[in-house]
Write a protein that binds this ligand. Structure first.
Ligand code: PEP
Length: 246
């Protein structure tokens, strides 16, 4: 039985004042029957971890593949952990695009994060052109093979399927399209890692999840929760999504 997860990605949004939203989320939904993860910008991780207490896990949005070194402006997995994070999002399409991150980069970052004791949320998804060319499953298969390291467990790996064309656009795939990709990811995880890890790893859907579409999406097979961008910024919206899940 996989425990459901609602994960929020604040992206490059959030100043100290916005921690009030996290506080409201912890007060209102902290005892929900699902895991809640919030990934604020790195500048807020330390305070976010003390505001959220034990009820909400805090994660980073990226980390470097090296443990320490001459990498100005970068953050290591160990630093995220030291600041209070327990998770890190890796391979988000915005990082793949803005920072030219390859599957290999994502895999090496994931290895570093796991070695530092973090859980990884590894993102993958196709562009609109790739979907229209009927290449979605090939793209996802390649990203899955290339971005996820060998040394994962069902506890430290979470996969997020996020079609690029659905992120921040208000466009959502049909429920059949979501189900097809989630079933495919499940089958690939089982093939690569066996039933133990393959059947127990959570697969989140991300891309314009909102309070009004969450329940339908959560009803799709192999959808174990959501990675939510815009709607995770307000406790009220994210709380409604959590309620639809829990
Ligand atoms: C995301 O950033 O991962 C995301 C899914 O964004 P949104 O929910 O805003 O589409």
């Amino acid at each position: 039985m996989r425990r459901k997860m609602a994960a929020g990605n604040w992206k490059m949004n959030g100043l100290q004042d916005n921690l009030a939203e996290l506080d409201a989320l912890a007060q209102g939904y902290g005892d929900a029957e699902c895991d809640i993860l919030v990934c604020p910008p790195a500048t807020l991780i330390n305070q976010a971890a003390s505001v959220s207490g034990d009820s909400i896990a805090i994660g980073g949005q990226d980390c470097h593949k090296a443990v320490t070194g001459a990498h100005t402006g970068d953050i290591s997995a160990q630093m995220l952990k030291d600041a209070g994070a327990t998770h890190v999002i890796l391979g988000h399409s915005e990082r793949r695009e803005d920072h030219d991150e390859s599957d290999t980069d994502v895999r090496l970052k994931a290895r570093a994060a796991i070695e530092a004791g973090l859980k990884v949320v590894i993102c993958m998804g196709e562009s609109l052109e790739e979907r229209e060319a009927n290449n979605t499953l090939d793209i996802i298969g390649g990203q899955l093979a290339g971005s996820i390291p060998d040394q994962v467990t069902a506890e430290n790996l979470i996969v997020a399927y996020e079609p690029i064309w659905a992120i921040g656009t208000g466009k959502v795939p049909t429920l059949d399209q979501i189900g097809e990709v989630h079933d495919f990811i499940r089958a690939r995880l089982v093939r690569r890692y066996g039933d133990g890890v393959g059947l127990s790893t959570r697969i989140l859907y991300g891309g314009s999840v909102k309070p009004d579409n969450a329940a339908d999406i959560f009803g799709v097979s192999n959808v174990d929760g959501a990675l939510v961008g815009g709607a995770s910024l307000k406790a009220k919206d994210f709380g409604q999504i959590i309620t639809a899940l829990a």
